[in-house]
Design a protein around this ligand. Structure first.
Ligand code: CA
Ligand code: CA
Length: 479
C-alpha cells in the first residue's frame, strides 16, 4: 500500500511542478514546490486587498521565511518517513522563541549600585593634570579643574601653586617649591657671575653654558669660553705666531722659530733676513746624513747635500756666518724644505714663472729686494759703491751676512732684510727646461760684480740645476 501511494504522489505532484529534474532525484524535494506554491497563493490572497505594506512586516514574508525553514525540515522528514503535512503546519502554530524573553523587561544593571562603587565618596584624584572629585554615590568622578602641568594634588584636593620639590629662580636666587606646593623659597646661595640661575640649562640651579662661538673669527690662542674657562682656539704654523702680525688671536708675523735665518714678514709671506749661513747649513747636513729622499724630480743627479770644497764655500767651523755657497739648486731647495720653508718662488705658492723674474706681484725674491717700490737696488735707484758687498773682486770671497748695514730696504719691514744685492748670488725657485736641461734663476749679483747692472734687483742669470759656485748661495721664504 505504501509504495503505490508514493508513486501516486510522485505522479500527481512532481510532474505538475516546474522542477521535474529535482523531483526525480529526491522525493523529499517534491513537496517543496507544491508547498511553496500554496503559500504563495495564500500570500497573494493576504496582500492583494490591503496595504502595500513593507516587506519586513509582511506576514507573507514571515511565511516565506518559515517555508524556507520548512524545506530543511521536510528533507529530514523524508529521510525518516515523517508526515510532511504535519511538519509544514508547525511554523505557523509554534510560538516564536524570542517572544518569551522580551529585552525591554530585563532588570537594569543600575539597580545594584553598591557593587559598582569605584571611589570613596567626595575623595579627590588626579588624572594627569586633571583634578577630579568622586561622586557622592561613589559611582565615578567629576572633573573639577585642569591644573597647570605638574600641580594637581589629590591630597590637597586642589591645584598647587608649584609642584612640590620643583625648582625655579628669583633673579640670581635659586628657589625650591615647598612640600605643600604653596610657595617657592630661596634655596642655597645666589648665583655668582659668570654663572646665572638656570644658566647651565637646569631650572633653579646655578650654571653656565659655554659659548659655542667663543673661537669664532679667531685662529689661535686662549679665550674665555664665557664661563670663566680658557679654551684653545688653535695654534699657528711657524714662522707665523699667534698675534705675531699685530692682531690678537690671529696667526701672523714671521718670528716663529724655524731653522735658518730669522724671517721678516713682507706682505703675505715671510723671507729670510739674510742668506743661509754656513753654520745654519751645517745643521741641515748633519740632520739629513745620507738621507736624500724627497728631492724634486729634476734632482736625480744630486747624491749629496754637502757643499763643494772651493775656498770659503763651506767651512762652518771657521766661517760660520758667511753665506753657504757651492750648493746646487737641489741642495738649496732641500734645505728650505727641511727648515719648514721653501726656496723663494711665487707669491702665494709654488715656483715663480721662468719668464716673470721681475714681477713684484709674483716673485717673492724680487718683491722683497725692491720693497715692492720698483727700486733698482734695495736701498734706492742709484748704485752706491760700498753699500753692499759688491767690490768686483773675482779673487775675493763672501763676507759674513748682515755686515753691510746699508744693504737693506729703506723702510720697514725691508730695513731688516740684508744682502739681496751682492755678497752671494741666490738661487730662486724659478726654473725652465731649456733643450732638455733644467735651468734656474740666480738673483742679486755677488762679490765678483761691481757694475750697477749686475747687482740690481731685476738682474737675473740662469744656471743648470746641478751648477754650483763659490759666489752662489740662497735664502728661503715661507707662506
Ligand atoms: Ca749637491
Ligand atoms: Ca745676496
Amino acid at each position: 500500500m505504501r509504495v503505490p501511494l508514493l508513486l501516486a504522489l510522485l505522479v500527481q505532484g512532481c510532474f505538475q511542478t516546474d522542477f521535474p529534474t529535482a523531483c526525480s532525484q529526491d522525493e523529499a524535494q517534491c513537496d517543496e514546490p507544491t508547498t511553496d506554491s500554496s503559500v504563495s497563493e495564500t500570500s497573494a490572497t493576504e496582500t492583494t486587498p490591503g496595504e502595500e505594506t513593507s516587506g519586513e512586516d509582511s506576514p507573507v514574508d514571515a511565511d516565506e521565511d518559515t517555508s524556507t525553514a520548512d524545506s530543511s525540515i521536510d528533507a529530514a522528514d523524508a529521510e525518516t518517513g515523517a508526515d510532511s503535512t504535519l511538519v509544514d503546519s508547525m511554523p505557523d502554530t509554534a510560538p516564536p522563541p524570542d517572544t518569551a524573553t522580551p529585552p525591554d523587561t530585563a532588570p537594569p544593571p543600575d539597580t545594584t549600585p553598591v557593587d559598582s562603587a569605584v571611589c570613596a565618596a567626595s575623595s579627590y584624584s588626579c588624572a594627569g593634570d586633571q583634578l577630579r572629585r568622586c561622586k557622592t554615590d561613589s559611582s565615578g568622578y567629576d572633573n573639577i579643574v585642569a591644573c597647570p602641568t605638574g600641580t594637581c594634588s589629590a591630597a590637597l584636593g586642589r591645584c598647587t601653586y608649584c609642584a612640590p620639590g620643583s625648582r625655579s629662580c628669583s633673579g640670581a636666587q635659586p628657589t625650591l617649591c615647598n612640600a605643600l606646593g604653596s610657595a617657592y623659597a630661596a634655596d642655597g646661595a645666589a648665583c655668582a657671575a659668570p654663572q646665572t640661575c638656570g644658566g647651565g640649562g637646569t631650572p633653579g640651579v646655578c650654571g653656565c653654558t659655554a659659548s659655542p662661538t667663543a673661537c669664532s673669527g679667531k685662529e689661535c690662542g686662549m679665550v674665555d669660553n664665557g664661563c670663566g674657562t680658557m679654551i684653545s682656539c688653535g695654534s699657528c704654523t711657524a714662522p707665523r705666531t699667534c698675534g705675531g702680525g699685530g692682531t690678537a688671536n690671529k696667526c701672523g708675523g714671521c718670528s716663529g722659530t724655524l731653522p735658518g735665518p730669522t724671517m721678516v714678514g713682507v706682505g703675505t709671506y715671510c723671507v729670510d733676513s739674510t742668506e743661509v749661513t754656513q753654520s745654519q747649513y751645517a745643521a741641515f747636513v748633519t740632520a739629513k746624513g745620507s738621507d736624500l729622499s724627497g728631492q724634486p724630480s729634476t734632482c736625480g743627479f744630486n747624491t749629496t747635500f754637502a757643499p763643494g770644497t772651493a775656498a770659503s764655500c763651506y767651512t762652518p767651523s771657521t766661517t760660520p756666518s758667511k753665506p753657504v755657497t757651492c750648493v746646487d739648486w737641489c741642495d738649496a731647495s732641500m734645505y728650505c724644505k727641511w727648515a719648514g720653508k721653501r726656496l723663494c718662488g711665487k707669491i702665494g705658492g709654488g715656483p715663480n714663472a721662468y719668464l716673470e723674474p721681475a714681477d713684484a706681484t709674483k716673485s717673492q725674491w724680487f718683491a722683497a729686494c725692491t720693497s715692492t717700490s720698483g727700486y733698482l737696488f734695495p736701498y734706492g735707484n742709484v748704485y752706491v759703491s760700498g753699500f753692499c758687498h759688491t767690490p768686483g773682486d773675482t779673487a775675493g770671497t763672501t763676507v759674513d751676512v748682515k755686515t753691510r748695514p746699508s744693504c737693506t730696504g729703506t723702510s720697514a719691514p725691508y730695513t731688516n732684510i740684508f744682502d739681496m744685492s751682492g755678497n752671494a748670488s741666490e738661487w730662486e725657485d724659478s726654473c725652465g727646461n731649456l733643450s732638455g736641461t733644467w735651468y734656474c734663476h740666480t738673483r742679486g749679483g755677488n762679490f765678483t760684480d761691481a757694475t750697477a747692472g749686475a747687482v740690481q734687483c731685476k738682474d737675473e742669470s740662469v744656471w743648470p740645476v746641478d751648477f754650483s759656485a763659490k759666489w752662489l748661495g740662497f735664502r728661503c721664504c715661507a707662506d
